[in-house]
Design a protein around this ligand. Structure first.
Ligand SMILES: *Cc1c(COP(=O)(O)O)cnc(C)c1O
Ligand SMILES: [Zn+2]
Length: 420
């Protein structure tokens, strides 16, 4: 056994080992490759107090991340707030509730800043000069920003009909933004062809084994922020299904390396009904994912019709005793507003999906009212403002006159109740 923490890549299907290069599928069975570690070595090298003494960013768990040297990208990413959400708990009818708020992630306000930090730190170790991605929006934002900060040239490929704010949030960094007339799956297929032909580092294609591991840091942080304990339930939005599988993996690893005691946990998956291939498979009692050819939902960041990790997500949910749910666009908007009005947190459409699915899971008893849960909020509401704008009232307009103001608030009951 060498001195390294990160040992090799390993096929999830047959277990064959691969060297730590820019490869992502097994040559024998096309199974996805995943990072593997020397857990015994890690167990003897880190402890709660070692981690607590480090800077508050996602790299405080670096022994469990797939790089060889020191991280070079995303040094301020992660360690987002875990908010105790008592008012939302009351509204949803559950004893104890937290919001893991990755809407507040550095630098691009989504959980994708975690995966890109790892992918680009590894891309630099592997010598890539050009990095790229296929994206439903947030990944493009994060690749563009992190690549700019790291001095790497980047190309981001997105469906042409994304939210304006997500397009702008890629363009501003001077990246090459390429809109494709087609759905995400077609963008992704094209990217596989480009990766093969041009040899660029595609964070979610040939660098995917590295990229995917970044999601674990969301789970490590939840455990640490709860005082080195796991929430009984975790509700996770699913696009490809990767984040959900990696949160489950992070909980298992935290136990394996002795950071937390062995304890039960349950993960639940959340999707939009307009693109619910994983949730539909789960509800049908199968792990066979039937692709959704034409996703139709305002939750565009989750609109992946052929989810690469769908099969593994179904298994992670099932083996933990969890469930999957999906919600309509109307329920998504209600979820966004409920989170904003009870906790003062503005989430993007994917956050509305998480809150609305949690509501259903609690109402149906799949998350028992007497237990605790964490909701993973993965992106900021300003990124998808146009989805929610039509559902909000307009500001009330008056001239700069006290008389007009008096008339305006004359019927606001709170004003009378608060009068001194
Ligand atoms: C990418 C993304 C997810 C989850 O993606 P996976 O592919 O399932 O890992 C969740 N929320 C938002 C906002 C995202 O951008
Ligand atoms: Zn294999």
């Amino acid at each position: 056994m060498g001195k390294e923490f990160f040992s090799y890549l390993k096929c999830r299907e047959c277990g064959r080992q691969y060297p730590k290069k820019a490869v992502h599928v097994c040559e024998f069975d096309f199974g996805p490759l995943e990072a593997d570690y020397n857990y015994e070595h890690i167990k003897h090298s880190i402890s709660r107090s070692v981690i607590e003494s480090r800077k508050q960013n996602m790299w405080r768990y670096r022994e469990l991340l797939p790089i060889d040297g020191e991280p070079t990208v995303g040094l301020e990413t992660g360690f987002t707030p875990l908010v105790k959400a008592d008012r939302l708990a009351k509204a949803l009818g559950i004893r104890e509730l937290y919001v893991k708020n990755d809407a507040f992630n550095h630098p691009t306000l989504s959980f994708k800043d975690r995966v890109v930090s790892v992918a680009l730190s590894r891309a630099k170790e592997l010598g890539f000069k050009i990095v790229a991605c296929a994206s439903t929006g947030n990944l493009a934002n994060s690749v563009a920003a992190h690549a700019a900060g790291a001095g790497l040239k980047s190309y981001v490929l997105i469906p042409a009909d994304l939210e304006q704010s997500k397009v702008l949030n890629s363009l501003v960094y001077g990246t090459e933004v390429i809109g494709i007339h087609g759905a995400y799956d077609q963008v992704n297929r094209l990217c596989s062809e480009i990766a093969g032909k041009y040899g660029w580092g595609f964070v979610n294609v040939n660098l995917r084994p590295y990229y995917a591991e970044g999601s674990k840091t969301m789970g490590f942080e939840i455990a640490e922020q709860l005082g080195w304990k796991l929430p009984r339930h975790t509700v996770v939005p699913m696009a490809s299904g990767s984040l959900l599988t990696k949160i489950a993996k992070s909980y298992q690893e935290a136990i394996k390396v002795g950071l937390i005691e062995e304890q039960p946990f349950t993960v639940h998956g959340a999707q939009a009904t307009g693109c619910n291939p994983i949730s539909a498979a789960f509800k049908a009692g199968t792990d066979l994912i039937r692709p959704v050819p034409k996703p139709k939902t305002i939750a565009k960041s989750l609109a992946i019709g052929t989810p690469a990790d769908g099969y593994y997500a179904v298994h992670a949910v099932k083996s933990s005793g969890g469930s999957c749910e999906d919600v309509t666009d109307e329920e998504i908007i209600e979820g966004i507003r409920l989170l904003a009005e009870t906790e003062g947190i503005f989430a993007e459409t994917a956050g509305g999906v998480t809150v609305a699915c949690a509501k259903k899971l609690i109402a149906s008893g799949k998350i028992p009212a007497g237990e605790s849960a964490v909701l993973c909020i993965t992106g900021h509401g300003l990124k998808t403002a146009e989805a929610v704008a039509p559902h909000l009232p307009l500001p009330r307009l008056i001239n700069p006159s006290l008389r007009e103001f008096d008339a305006l608030v004359a019927n606001d009951t709170a004003v009378h109740a608060a009068a001194v």
